[in-house]
Design a protein around this ligand. Structure first.
Ligand code: FES
Ligand SMILES: [Fe+2]
Length: 342
């Protein structure tokens, strides 16, 4: 017997569950319909609390740091929306959605800095796909890419699908995303009939993935938005049918993620074989569809995610998917904050 590698055997003692900061990216905050004009509430994401509000005319949405630059009151406890601004409860200073102080009701002269820059941290926030999205960057840099056009969510006439879900996983967002290139687990954890072939390509913040030679074609736009198109032939007509799973996971903290999904498909006629087949495909994505052996993520992935630890030096074999390439791609979303700037 050769020399035993003790380091390898004892490495698990040093492993952490989520050894990463919150990655930069565009993230889902809430569905637009859940925030009424003039509404304000506290939310938790990206490892801290934020104040989410909508202007009284409904047009603007803001996500701000909770602590007022004046004397540190929590704007989300007693604060109020006034027109387009959020107003701190303590002395009624008002801020716009970009964090500029727009009004101090008792100041004859506004503090000079308020003319030069935003004084309250806010996140760039937009509404798209009927959802509120914020750009998170630990050093407050502006968005590095744009959210894409997703026809299934934006084409007003062609698509439908009300099915949505939300699940919390006690792991970091990278571990959840690694499921895509980890094609071997599809067979063993999800009971897929085989390990499908996988092809992955990367282009900046975009990752393209093809699983099973066109069976699942996916695109990830940074860590917070993933579109997976499942292509199959309708057995009744032999025509191709696509069902789309859009997932938008939010890092609640660096170690806890909220996974959100919706499922969309072409608006087929009620009672058609196309509709029946598409709905079955969607059932299959979520959990086991009736009469199927396979297991969807809801039933099995969470058991793994909630209990695993991250292995920075995994022991891989030739049948594994391109996991290390994926990790290299993902690394670009972790940014260091220059400590001299804070
Ligand atoms: S602490 Fe917010 S206005 Fe004074
Ligand atoms: Fe999985």
């Amino acid at each position: 017997m050769g020399e035993m590698n003790l380091k390898m055997l004892l490495e698990s003692q040093t492993l952490q569950r989520a050894p990463f900061p919150v990655p930069m990216g565009w993230y889902f905050v809430d569905y637009s319909e859940n925030l009424k004009p003039g509404e304000l509430r506290n939310i938790n994401c990206f490892g801290q609390e934020w104040v989410l509000f909508r202007s009284e005319d409904g047009a603007k949405v803001g996500v701000t740091d909770p602590y007022c630059p004046h004397l540190g009151a929590h704007i989300g406890h007693g604060g109020k929306v006034c027109g387009e601004h959020v107003r701190c409860p303590f002395h009624h200073w008002e801020y716009d959605v970009n964090g500029w102080c727009k009004k101090i009701p008792y100041a004859k002269l506004m503090p000079p800095v308020t003319k030069k820059q935003a004084v309250l941290r806010t996140l760039p926030t937009i509404e798209k796909y009927g959802m509120i999205w914020s750009w998170y960057h630990p050093a407050c840099e502006p968005p590095a890419w744009e959210l894409p056009y997703i026809p299934e969510l934006e084409d007003a006439t062609g698509y439908t699908g009300k099915r949505r879900g939300s699940w919390t996983a006690n792991t970091c967002i990278q571990e959840i995303a690694e499921n895509g290139p980890d094609v071997a687990h599809l067979k063993f954890l999800h009971n897929a009939p085989m390990i499908p072939p996988v092809e992955v390509s990367y282009d900046g913040a975009l990752m393209n993935i093809d699983i099973g030679r066109g069976y699942i074609v996916g695109k990830s736009y940074g860590p917070g938005l993933n579109v997976m198109r499942f292509n199959q032939k309708n057995p009744a007509t032999d025509q191709p049918i696509t069902a789309t799973m859009i997932s938008y996971t939010v890092p609640v903290t660096h170690a806890q993620s909220q996974m959100n999904m919706c499922f969309r498909h072409v608006d087929y006629a009620a009672g058609s074989s196309e509709l029946a087949f598409t709905l079955k495909q969607i059932d299959h994505m979520i959990g086991a569809a009736e009469g199927e052996e396979s297991a969807g993520f809801e039933s099995v992935d969470f058991i793994v995610w909630n209990n695993k630890r991250y292995r920075p030096n995994p022991l891989l074999c030739d049948g594994d998917g391109p996991i290390l390439q994926f990790r290299k791609w993902f690394k670009q979303f972790y940014v260091e904050v220059d400590p001299t700037q804070v």
